[in-house]
Design a protein around this ligand. Structure first.
Ligand code: C2E
Ligand code: MG
Ligand code: MG
Length: 658
């Protein structure tokens, strides 16, 4: 019966179009894509040789003809035999399980024997004619060992199923279904073709399945960043999750260009896209030169990630050092030298970090750990910086809010003019059973990120108001309590209303609360922030600028705001008298005084410093010299004792000596 080749023609068209789209869309990056492309190519060649075989089958019995027929059928069977092993390879890549399979010698041998045997039989067939042969009429006849092809196919199908089932968690559900559904489809096609050899449907079914997988699974738009051509965040997360599930060992390199945002603002969109691309190119070229096998990711905002094969671990330190140096040394871009602040962090998975969440958190935070630029190792950071706590902070904060385990402490602030404590700063404290005391510098940034800062802020203000409204507070002669507002709180639409509502509830006057905002908040160009501050000022609240001298020092913007107090940060109050910085300090204070604002010197720990800042004209002093922040009861006790000991107008020195 005449063989029907139209299905093969359709398969060739489908696979050809797929290959062209792969090449034009530059999709050959990454192992998964390469394996998939190989699969497409193999199926394409199988189909081509199938068509040739059928075409030549019609011709006569001359020696040349018979040889051609044998060659085409052999090539057809050869490529056909590769299809399922390559599908298995593709699944290994999808599930990220190569370290458990291909790198395991036993598995590798076991899995390659059937294919080798099939190929051996094909070669042997050239002499023994026991897989297929041509009879005297020149017709194609299946030999006594033709079944080997089927047996091997069954073996690889079973291996695919086993691997998919074992690692099903590493693949998203929709993808799993599409990859899995190919198996029954192919089995049906093979059976149909077995019983109806004239109906050449197999290649067509495989081609359609491949098309289906490429639409559902290999979606480049979703996974590849158009600026850099690297994989995007979802692919990064996906591959880390796979490593977690399959217990893979690897090296994660995180490169953060920390001045990217500033650069991209001044460069404009197109140029910064180009810059991202150039950086990506530099990174990948350097790795290739050092023969490091890596997958590259760009997760946006100047953040690059590399997942490197564990075997290449010894090559990593040298390579990242060069990358860091090349990026920081001045990056030649569009005829100008750009200086990039490149921070590089190397983490060994799973020795240093072993959860997907940990990697992401770590990647977003390590900039803060590293003030100097350069290469840092995750292990060092974790030793230094309570990483265990940071990792669990989301849960810790939620639990602390539920269990009411936050506390508010008060640190007295001394007025030089009145020679007594007139103010105190409310400072939040968190003590947990598992980790002990967790400093606010550690948890406030996380609370800002996960939104719990609003509830924390609410809690602090309520506690403060409850205290201010109490009878014992009235005896302390404290006029004002300072409450810290975080940047995120300042951006809240209803901030003014909420704060006023709490004050009304506790019958506290707005003059009794002084709100501290940080320099970073003041430098933030946000209308919402200014509206909030103006609204609250109109309601009688006073504002201080906290931590002056630590960050942006955008005093021009700060003076646009209704600020009454500037708090000099510890970094300023610690300046050595003999340095040039001291002159800056002196002039800063003079400038602030000229603007009619009060000055608080923070972090004063000894009398000499106190004297210095008094002479410079500071109005208030806060620091361990007087007292550390104290729990409410102790604070009350401290102030009461002080009031008993020192009558009005006594010098602080005498106060201290009592
Ligand atoms: P801050 O507002 O600048 O608070 C002053 C910090 O300096 C406090 O640290 C205080 O304990 C510390 N300090 C005071 N005097 C001295 C001294 O003489 N020597 C030294 N070494 N340190 C001194 P703390 O309580 O750890 O708070 C750190 C930061 O956390 C605060 O800096 C503030 O920005 C933030 N924070 C604290 N409580 C809250 C809060 O309730 N809400 C918000 N949003 N932030 C808060
Ligand atoms: Mg403060
Ligand atoms: Mg401060």
């Amino acid at each position: 019966m005449e063989k029907i080749v139209y299905f093969d023609y359709s398969a060739i068209i489908i696979l050809g179009v797929l290959m062209i789209s792969f090449i034009t869309r530059k999709m050959l990056k990454g192992r998964q894509n390469r394996d998939f492309m190989a699969l497409v190519l193999i199926t394409f060649l199988t189909t081509i040789f199938d068509v040739y075989s059928v075409a030549f089958d019609k011709f006569g019995v001359g020696t040349g003809m018979i040889i051609s027929k044998i060659v085409f059928h052999t090539l057809y069977l050869f490529f056909h035999s590769l299809t399922l092993p390559y599908y298995l390879l593709f699944i290994i890549g999808m599930t990220g399980s190569d370290h458990l399979t291909l790198k395991n010698p036993t598995y590798k041998i076991l899995v390659s024997i059937p294919l080798e045997f099939e190929i051996f039989m094909l070669v042997l067939n050239l002499f023994k004619h026991n897989v297929f042969y041509f009879n005297e009429e020149g017709d194609y006849v299946r030999g006594q060992f033709f079944w080997v092809n089927y047996a091997v196919a069954v073996f690889y199908l079973a291996a695919c199923v086993a691997l998919l089932v074992k690692h099903h968690k590493t693949i998203q559900k929709a993808r799993f279904i599409s990859i899995f559904s190919i198996i029954p489809a192919v089995i049906c096609a093979v059976l149909v073709q077995y019983f109806f050899p004239f109906l050449l449907i197999e290649s067509f079914v495989i081609a359609v399945c491949i098309l289906y997988v490429s639409l559902v699974v290999i979606r480049p738009e979703e996974n590849i960043d158009s600026e850099t051509g690297l994989f995007r965040l979802p692919a990064y997360v996906d591959n880390i999750r796979k490593a977690e599930l399959t217990k893979r060992h690897m090296v994660i390199v995180m490169i953060n260009v920390s001045n990217y945002r500033t650069l991209s603002r001044s460069l404009g969109y197109q140029s910064s896209a180009r810059l991202s691309f150039e950086i990506a190119k530099l990174i990948s070229e350097e790795c290739k030169e050092k023969r490091i096998r890596a997958e590259y990711y760009y997760i946006g905002e100047g953040k690059y990630r590399l997942l490197i094969e564990n075997d290449d671990r010894p090559l990593v330190p040298e390579c990242v050092k060069t990358i860091q140096k090349k990026l920081s040394d001045g990056f030649s871009f569009r005829e100008v030298e750009i200086s990039l602040l490149a921070n590089v962090c190397v983490a060994y998975w799973p020795d240093d970090i072993r959860e997907e969440k940990g990697v992401l958190l770590f990647g977003s935070q390590f900039n803060e750990f590293q003030y100097r630029q350069g290469v840092i190792y995750a292990k060092e950071i974790m030793r230094q910086k309570n990483f265990d706590i940071i990792k669990n902070l989301d849960t810790i904060l939620e639990k602390a809010l539920q269990d009411n385990s936050f506390q508010v402490y008060y640190q007295p602030i001394y007025s030089i003019k009145e020679r007594r404590f007139t103010t105190a700063e409310a400072l939040i404290r968190l003590k947990t059973e598992e980790f002990g005391f967790i400093p606010p510098d550690l948890f406030i940034p996380v609370a800002e990120q996960n939104g719990t800062i609003h509830r924390i802020g609410h809690f602090v203000l309520e506690e403060v108001c409850r205290f201010v409204a109490s009878d014992e507070f009235k005896e302390l002669q404290i006029k004002v309590i300072d409450v810290n507002l975080s940047t995120v709180q300042c951006l809240e639409k209803n901030l003014a209303k909420e704060i006023s509502a709490i004050l009304t509830e506790y019958k506290v006057r707005s003059e009794q609360i002084n709100l501290e905002i940080t320099e970073t908040a003041a430098a933030f160009e946000q209308n919402e922030m200014l509206t909030n501050i103006e609204n609250l000022s109109a309601r009688g609240f006073r504002f201080s600028l906290d931590d002056y001298g630590t960050g942006y020092s955008n005093i021009s913007r700060a003076i646009e705001m209704p600020l009454s107090v500037i708090k000099l940060d510890k970094s300023i109050t610690r300046i050595d008298q003999n340095t040039k910085l001291y002159a800056i300090g002196v002039n800063t204070i003079r400038m602030i005084k000229d603007m009619n604002m009060d000055i608080v010197a923070e972090g004063i720990e000894d009398e000499a410093t106190l004297k210095k800042f008094e002479e410079m004209g500071c109005d208030y002093i806060q620091g361990f010299y007087f007292s550390k922040p104290l729990p409410r009861d102790e604070f009350v006790k401290f102030i009461k004792e002080y009031l008993n000991k020192v009558p009005d107008g006594t010098d602080y020195k005498e106060e201290k000596e009592g």
